[in-house]
Design a protein around this ligand. Structure first.
Ligand SMILES: Cc1ncc(COP(=O)(O)O)c(C=O)c1O
Length: 381
């Protein structure tokens, strides 16, 4: 049978490719974005207890009430926005599911979605599967700021959604309150929905406050905000995330979620509800926890020939390797994993039209021993 692919541009993701090469070549894996340390012990115990106590059948489709209440509490505590846990909060199987459900719920065939390159790789396939068009706007390197004038020029009557991501993967740039004002002015009096990927919401540095779209009344009224417990609680393999949106948008979102997964892993929902209630300091202390990692990683790399770009949030460090080799980023990452002992992620796969830069991404959500081992390799290049 001749299968005509619906996603001709999609192959195996660069994250899986590099993780596989890291195993093959016994390289230190700073590629894929996951911590190599464990989630908090009380959270793991709560998960085991939830299973032992029989929370093993379907959860309510929209998420358990205690977990949705904790998410609503966190939202008002951090961003000053009161949301209704019954009508505005939906628990999902990771942020990936929430992003897909949001796009599928809102975007129709022939419409356009604006994304900023370098863009997380799940966005475009989700848009294309709706028969819609992805409009790529490059962020301005090396600060990876948004050029709002370019956004204004890219708006057409077909623009249905603008997808933002702050703190940004892979650059570590964050949006400011002024950026959100610019965005609000652009979408005012249009039918454009904002999809805000905030999976690194608790990982912002140097005393800055995360500028969640939920802080911005005008934007919050037309936005779906997505986050991930995997990033916050060092358990990316549990795949639990959530979406917060006004009731009418949530209702549409839930129609898709209902038939995409129906519900999310029940024992983990019980564990997160318990841990969020007992230990809110975990997310409150996360900026300091990761800032210490960022700073020690940067100090370890200081003697290397890599040029380190600024990191304002998230757990990735972009480095310029042009003093070491003059080849494109994919070739450099292949060489680095095979000959240099470290797996990194090239930026090209995050772009529609790659910039001619010599930048790769390193993940510093790693133990001291892993960072040390990676730095020894990188400083010898
Ligand atoms: C920007 C961004 N969005 C979404 C996700 C996916 O999150 P989850 O693992 O909860 O599906 C990731 C994971 O790396 C990410 O970096």
């Amino acid at each position: 049978m001749n299968i005509e692919t619906k996603l001709p541009k999609v192959g195996t993701t660069i994250f899986s490719v590099m993780s596989q090469l890291a195993v093959e070549h016994k390289a230190v894996n700073l590629g894929q974005g996951f911590p190599d340390f464990e989630p908090p012990e009380p959270l793991r115990e709560a998960l085991a207890r939830a299973m032992a106590e029989g929370r093993n059948q379907y959860a309510p489709g929209i998420g358990t009430a205690p977990l949705r209440e904790q998410i609503a509490l966190k939202t008002v505590r951090l961003y000053g926005r009161t949301v209704n846990p019954d009508t505005e909060v939906t628990v999902t199987s990771g942020a990936t599911e929430a992003l897909f459900a949001a796009i599928a719920a809102v975007v129709r065939a022939g419409e356009e979605v604006i994304v900023f390159d370098p863009a997380y790789d799940s966005y475009e396939p989700a848009i294309e599967l709706q028969g819609a068009r992805t409009v790529h706007i490059p962020l301005v390197a090396p600060s990876f700021a948004v050029d709002w004038q370019r956004v204004r020029e890219a708006i057409t009557p077909k623009t249905r959604m603008i997808l933002i991501n702050s703190p940004h993967n892979p650059s570590g740039a964050v949006l400011s309150a002024a950026d959100l004002d610019e965005l609000a002015a652009i979408v005012r009096d249009t039918p454009i929905v904002v999809l805000s990927d905030e999976v690194y919401e608790h990982i912002v540095y140097d005393g800055a406050a995360h500028q969640s779209v939920l802080r911005h009344a005008e934007l919050a009224a037309r936005s779906i905000v997505v986050s991930s417990f995997g990033k916050t609680y060092h358990c990316t393999g549990w795949k639990v995330g959530y979406a917060v949106a006004p009731a009418a948008l949530s209702a549409e979102f839930r129609k898709v979620h209902q038939y995409l997964t129906f519900c999310t892993f029940h024992p983990a929902q019980a564990a997160f509800a318990e841990f969020l209630a007992s230990t809110p300091e975990h997310y409150l202390e996360l900026p300091a926890f990761y800032q210490a990692k960022r700073d020690s990683f940067r100090a370890l790399l200081a003697p290397s020939r890599l040029k380190l770009l600024d990191v304002q949030g998230g757990y990735f460090q972009l480095v310029d390797y042009s003093a070491i080799r003059d080849e494109d980023d994919v070739a450099f990452c292949e060489w680095l994993v095979k000959e240099g002992g470290v797996a990194a992620i090239p930026l090209t796969p995050f772009y529609e039209t790659a910039l001619d830069t010599r930048l790769v991404r390193l993940c510093f959500a790693k133990s001291d021993a892993t960072m040390q081992a990676a730095a020894e390799h990188l400083c010898s290049l």
